[in-house]
Design a protein around this ligand. Structure first.
Ligand code: CAA
Length: 388
């Protein structure tokens, strides 16, 4: 698909970074990622190269070791990485948006100086722990508790569906610190070992998945975990964690909108190549106007949504407009449209789509999942309705 990306990269540095990303995705990720996905294996070498190339630092300002490109280039990266692998994108975004953003916007100078350069280079992976077994859409009802004991914090409770947790050594976790519904604080936990293995009472267990299998997705249990100052502590103001989580998700939701377009456009491109090649009734399927009109319609929808994502990403970077309703609007519209297009486009492959030679059906399921994580479509409507 033609996306008119030259307009998006408005600096030489950004253009160079995107050219490097394109080469990395084409030459290193594309040839091997399907195998990691099949084996449900974390692609350590690819993640390490992404770190060396600075891709985890695209949204971190230069003073903290990143490239300072912001949301717009972040959206472009998201779309491009997800085009190759939705799972690789989740690994990237859990680190680069969900972990980086709360530290950047709520952390103190010491936390920023210590953690952001490590996250920028992928020396440490990050994870974002909000969801719990009983607190999904109603994130404010989370039960994990934090109590102050001397200079330490003691955490009890459990988190669910936490991307990267098995390989992370920086975690942002949200816990109840008062009796009011939104009396929640954010905590940053830093560990010397991936998966927080050196932190007593903290256990991480991977959940097997049908899709996004190269990225891990974990239950994280806190059993009287004592977080001393050398291992982290409060992130931002006491009892202000819910707002930190929600503001983080504003950025995350724009990124997921871009991810879903990346995945859907991969199905679109593969299906387009297929219909131009596949012949039935004596001519390529593409020659039927019905097929051409479908592709034209999907192209129009994907392209216009992409241009909205870029506009909204710019607005987030400018910091002038309230971003929450825009992030919800674009997440709702992009993920639902990507899923709708994916579900229709996979049918172009006919029976071949169910064979293991083809991964379009799994990609279609990924677009379905994108309507759920980082806030379901219904929760985006709830946010939008509040603004109406
Ligand atoms: N930024 C800053 N503050 C915000 C905010 C935002 N975006 N959204 C809400 N707030 C503030 C409100 O202003 C309010 O503040 P006051 O009390 O001072 O007025 C406070 O937070 C409470 O807001 P609400 O009353 O709207 O909160 P709520 O309990 O009704 O919940 C909700 C609102 C939007 C439904 C929220 O619970 C939500 O977003 N749910 C979905 C959860 C979600 O997205 N989870 C994703 C997990 S991460 C993930 O999925 C990652 C992955 O795997 C890839």
């Amino acid at each position: 698909m033609e996306w008119y990306d030259d307009d998006v990269c408005d600096s030489v540095e950004a253009k160079n970074a995107i050219a490097t990303l394109d080469a990395f995705l084409r030459d290193e990720a594309e040839p091997v990622i399907a195998d990691f996905e099949k084996k449900a294996e974390f692609p350590h070498a690819l993640v390490s190269t992404m770190g060396d190339l600075g891709f985890f630092g695209t949204m971190i300002p230069e003073e903290y070791g990143g490239c300072g490109f912001g949301t717009k280039i972040g959206s472009l990266l998201a779309r491009k990485i997800a085009y190759v692998s939705g799972g690789l994108h989740l690994i990237w975004t859990a680190n680069s948006t969900l972990t980086v953003s709360p530290i950047l916007h709520a952390g103190n100078d010491e936390q920023k100086r210590k953690l952001l350069p490590l996250l920028a280079l992928g020396k440490k992976m990050g994870c974002f722990g909000l969801t719990e077994p009983e607190a999904g859409s109603d994130a404010g009802s989370l039960r994990m508790r934090a109590e102050k004991r001397g200079k330490a914090w003691v955490l009890n409770g459990s988190k669910r569906f936490i991307t990267n947790a098995l390989h992370a050594s920086v975690g942002i976790f949200f816990a109840r610190t008062g009796t009011g519904k939104h009396d929640i604080s954010a905590f940053v936990i830093e560990s010397d070992e991936p998966g927080f293995k050196d932190i007593l009472g903290l256990t991480v267990k991977k959940t097997e998945k049908h899709i996004f299998a190269c990225s891990d997705f974990c239950d994280v249990v806190f059993d009287d975990v004592v977080v001393r100052p050398e291992h982290g502590g409060l992130l931002g103001e006491f009892n202000q964690g819910f707002k930190i989580a929600m503001a983080t998700l504003d950025g995350g939701r724009i990124n997921i909108a871009a991810q879903s377009l990346g995945i859907a456009s991969r199905i679109f491109d593969d299906a387009l190549a297929y219909v131009k090649d596949r012949e039935q009734f004596g001519k390529p399927i593409w020659d039927y106007q019905y097929i051409q009109f479908n592709f034209a319609e999907w192209h129009a929808k994907l392209l216009c949504l992409w241009l909205s994502i870029i506009r909204i990403s710019n607005m987030r970077d400018d910091g002038k407009a309230p971003i929450t309703p825009l992030a919800s609007a674009v997440k709702l519209q992009a993920t639902e449209t990507a899923y709708e297009i994916a579900a229709r486009a996979v049918r172009c492959f006919g029976g071949t789509v169910v064979t293991k030679d083809m991964d379009s059906l799994m990609r279609m399921l990924e677009t379905c999942a994108a309507t759920i994580y980082e806030g379901t479509s219904e929760m985006q409507k709830k946010v939008l309705a509040k603004y109406l």
